[in-house]
Design a protein around this ligand. Structure first.
Ligand SMILES: C[S@@+](CC[C@H](N)C(=O)[O-])C[C@H]1O[C@@H](n2cnc3c(N)ncnc32)[C@H](O)[C@@H]1O
Length: 272
């Protein structure tokens, strides 16, 4: 039997290569996504929190003043390097950053009151193993939040870019439909199957503002792991031609002025 090809997004190297651009693109642009997480997490001062797949510390940095302790892990070393720099610059002492695979946590059982994975767990090669690890390290009654994106037709940040790239690359394969983690009921089912209780999901809609199509392109393209992989596959010459056509397509669709991109995400909560 031939093994299915490995999804490149399950390899830390691609996340290492986009870390600086990812941090610049997303950390401050959609604060509402963090506000919504704070609503769901109901944090308390005594909470010990695991931020799983923290990236450059998007959630960890925001909640550090509100809780006792945060362990922030990511399998991409460059993301953790950025987080460490931030922690030093802001003199934050209660966040412990570690390079670690979310599917094999080297953390003790029942050691956290809260575990969150914002736009991280859904990327795991073995999501059920990731959930088993999350459940293992949560204390009984501990709170879980995992977030993932809605499909590209409900998530213009991705959809607009895919449309533009498809306009420029006519033979680019069409997606075969939503991924499991883009369907709220499927996410809820996976959480229940992993043994979590009180599972609820909701769809959160926000808008990301950009001064122009060019700003959107310059910020999002280098930060988007799948597009960075596509660019590598095509090579510089083909990519430059594709980029020019895709940007023209975007300007035609969205105009020359400021744009506001609609983004929808799934927020799934549960308790252990
Ligand atoms: C889209 S980013 C989200 C980062 C951050 N949580 C946020 O909301 O901005 C996905 C992150 O998941 C990390 N990641 C993916 N698979 C992982 C795994 N198996 N273990 C740990 N981190 C992982 C990537 O390195 C990347 O930093």
């Amino acid at each position: 039997m031939v093994d299915a090809p490995k999804d490149p997004l399950t390899d830390p190297s691609v996340w290492n290569s986009v870390a600086v651009a990812y941090d610049a693109a997303f950390s401050a642009r959609t604060p509402e996504l963090l506000d919504e997480a704070l609503r769901d997490l109901s944090l308390r001062e005594a909470d010990e929190v695991l931020d799983l797949a923290t990236g450059p510390g998007t959630l960890a940095l925001a909640i550090a003043p509100r809780v006792k302790r945060i362990v922030a892990i990511d399998f991409a070393e460059q993301m953790i390097t950025i987080l460490k720099e931030r922690l030093r610059a802001r003199s934050i002492a209660n966040v412990e950053p570690h390079v670690m695979d979310g599917q094999a946590l080297t953390l003790p059982d029942a050691s956290f009151d809260v575990a969150a994975s914002m736009f991280g767990w859904f990327l795991f090669a073995d999501r059920m193993r990731g959930l088993a690890e999350l459940r293992r390290v949560l204390r009984p009654g501990g709170r879980l939040l995992v977030t993932s994106w809605m499909p590209s037709d409900r998530n213009a940040a991705l959809g607009v870019m895919l449309d533009a790239l498809r306009a420029a690359i006519p033979d680019m394969p069409k997606s075969a439909g939503p991924l499991p983690t883009q369907i709220p009921d499927v996410v809820a089912e996976e959480l229940r199957a992993a043994g979590f209780e009180n599972v609820t999901t909701r769809v959160v809609a926000v808008r990301a503002p950009f001064a122009s199509v060019d700003e959107y392109w310059n910020v999002i393209i280098p930060a988007s792991a799948p597009v960075v992989m596509l660019r590598k596959r095509l090579g510089d010459e083909r990519w430059n031609a594709v980029a020019e056509r895709a940007r023209a397509h975007l300007r035609e669709k969205l105009g020359d002025g400021a744009i506001s991109i609609a983004i929808e995400a799934i927020y799934a909560r549960a308790t252990r």
